[in-house]
Design a protein around this ligand. Structure first.
Ligand SMILES: Nc1ncnc2c1ncn2[C@@H]1O[C@H](COP(=O)(O)OP(=O)(O)OP(=O)(O)O)[C@@H](O)[C@H]1O
Ligand SMILES: [Mg+2]
Length: 245
């Protein structure tokens, strides 16, 4: 569905990505792990078409979309809800910006609110929600922008451990039900192992792919499974890959 081929990217005087290739198949959840500042957010913004790399190509369903935004939804690292808009209005934004009438957009939002655990909160303001609810609303807004492929930059990073754990479980169920493909950036190895079908480890800047790991059996996964021996083994392998340079 998404293929990045041989992406290199620099900010003036600062090489950030070096020959990075990766792909996300239909319905697959792929996580990107890498040290802070290595270029993960830059990679997502290239994948979303917001930055055009001097070398390398981005393909969406086989079409060259390098430097062309709009084909996927992209939730940035500090993606906040607009405080002056109601929750429903925030979530409907990608639809109304795309030209849908307000009435139609609100109808579409209303239908999906229960799946995101926000039933009855369309008319609330963001400050009236808990942190976990705000995060679900931000995820739902991204889902409205594209239900096929979502690029998420540290979507659970600002939550406390308990809220994060319950959101993880909810999120896996939802993704399974909706069949969305995901590329997720995270710092958290446990989170990557719990959520993903495949994990890609990047080196320090300039980022190269140092390891790709398949994680079988996403559907049968539970938080309980996190203590199993193969989980521990994979975690060690990921730590090794991250410590490689
Ligand atoms: N707009 C920009 N202009 C110049 N340099 C930038 C810009 N955005 C990011 N950088 C630099 O590019 C490098 C990679 O940044 P990026 O945000 O992609 O890292 P990251 O892996 O997402 O880090 P973190 O894990 O801390 O979010 C950093 O050294 C950063 O300073
Ligand atoms: Mg980042």
């Amino acid at each position: 569905m998404l293929a990045l081929e041989g992406i290199s990217f620099s900010y003036p005087g600062l090489p950030v990505l070096e020959d990075v290739s990766l792909s996300v198949r239909r319905g697959e959840v792929v996580s990107i792990l890498g040290p802070s500042g290595c270029g993960k957010s830059t990679l997502l913004s290239v994948a979303a078409g917001l930055d055009a790399p001097p070398r390398g190509r981005v393909f969406l369903d086989g079409r060259d979309c390098t430097g062309k935004p709009g084909g996927v939804s992209y939730m940035q690292q500090e993606d906040l809800l607009l405080p002056w808009r109601r929750v429903g209005g925030n979530i409907a934004l990608p639809l109304t910006l795309g030209g849908m009438s307000r009435a139609q957009a609100h109808q579409a939002v209303e239908e999906l609110l229960p799946a995101f655990g926000l039933e009855g909160f369309a008319r609330a303001y963001p400050f009236q929600l808990s942190g976990g609810m705000r995060q679900r609303a931000a995820l739902m807004r991204s889902y409205m922008a594209s239900s096929r492929l979502m690029l998420l930059d540290e979507p659970f990073a600002r939550l406390d451990a308990l809220t994060r754990a319950s959101l993880h479980q909810w999120f896996l169920d939802l993704v399974h039900r909706l069949g969305t493909s995901l590329l997720i950036v995270t710092h958290d190895i446990d989170e990557a192992l719990y959520l993903s079908d495949r994990i890609i480890v990047l080196s320090a800047r300039p980022a190269r792919v140092v390891r790709e790991m398949d994680v079988p059996d996403r559907e049968g996964r539970s938080l309980h499974g996190l203590t199993k021996p193969d989980f521990t083994r994979r975690k060690q392998q990921l730590l090794d890959a991250l410590g490689q340079d």
